[in-house]
Design a protein around this ligand. Structure first.
Ligand code: ADP
Ligand code: MG
Length: 238
């Protein structure tokens, strides 16, 4: 279970309105991608969904239940950031298990879930290392592992691959697609990369200046862009 409904989400910082009324329906298991120019509000929208930022107005429902007053740790959401956000002094194993430990999970449960995720992500031989001893791709795998062990209903990815080189980005993109098929979890994913958007998404949401320009499947958006902005953004021929 991991459906999401956003209704009339608004967010202002002071007098600057960053989100101007976002309505979105994400079905359980869907892979939804947000694209749009830098500064259009993509990260803010993810942070509102995660509860890291309060919306100024509007409703966020997960599996039908309003979560606006639910703290981040209780929303069943895990977020993966562009900068990995790992703890430098902790090993890979402890980085992956920390969230569960803080949530008061039993040691045996933590061990089992970390072992499973590390095998899934080919991290078994790195469990004793610290982040500084890993490549960028390995660090991002640890960040993804840390999300997986929490068994969230909803994964939020904020440009997770943009710090990786092109070859690794392709590899990790395929890994994320495989992960989605395997976990059958709902994933919401922000990217600048048109190829990532076109290949990973069930549904693409095109944002511009805090509002949605168009929502559709990759082919719908490519073949029938609603306007020049969408056409330009996805590189279709019109
Ligand atoms: P994107 O992820 O699409 O690049 P962001 O959501 O990070 O965009 O930012 C959208 C706008 O909100 C930007 O103009 C940014 O400067 C502003 N903004 C984001 N976070 C804050 C904050 N904590 N305080 C003030 N302004 C913010
Ligand atoms: Mg951003």
């Amino acid at each position: 279970m991991g459906s999401l409904q956003l209704t009339s989400i608004r967010k202002s910082f002071g007098t600057h309105e960053v989100l101007k009324g976002i309505d979105l329906d994400v079905k359980d298991g869907e892979f939804v991608i947000f694209v749009g120019p830098s500064g259009c509000g993509k990260s803010t929208l993810l942070r509102v969904i995660a509860g890291l930022e309060d919306a100024t107005a509007g409703s966020v429902r997960i599996d039908g239940a309003e979560v606006v007053n639910t703290p981040p740790a209780k929303r069943g959401i895990a977020m993966v950031f562009q900068t990995y956000a790992l703890y430098p002094h902790l090993t890979v194993k402890d980085n992956m298990g920390l969230g569960l430990k803080q949530a008061g999970e039993a040691k045996a449960v933590i061990e089992e879930r970390v072992a499973k995720a590390s095998t899934m992500l080919s991290l078994d031989e790195y469990l004793g290392r610290r982040p500084a001893e890993l490549s960028g791709g390995q660090r991002q795998r640890v960040a993804i592992g840390r999300a997986i062990v929490r068994e969230p209903k909803l994964f939020l990815f904020d440009e997770p691959l943009s710090n990786l080189d092109a070859a690794l980005r392709v590899h990790m993109r395929l890994e994320i697609a495989a992960l989605h098929r395997r976990l059958k979890a709902t994933m919401i994913y922000v990217t600048h990369d048109q190829v990532e958007a076109m290949t990973l998404a069930d549904k693409i949401v095109v944002l511009n200046a805090g509002a949605i320009e168009q929502i559709g499947s990759p082919m719908e958006l490519y073949n029938r862009p609603a306007n020049l902005f969408v056409a330009g953004f996805l590189g279709s021929p019109q």
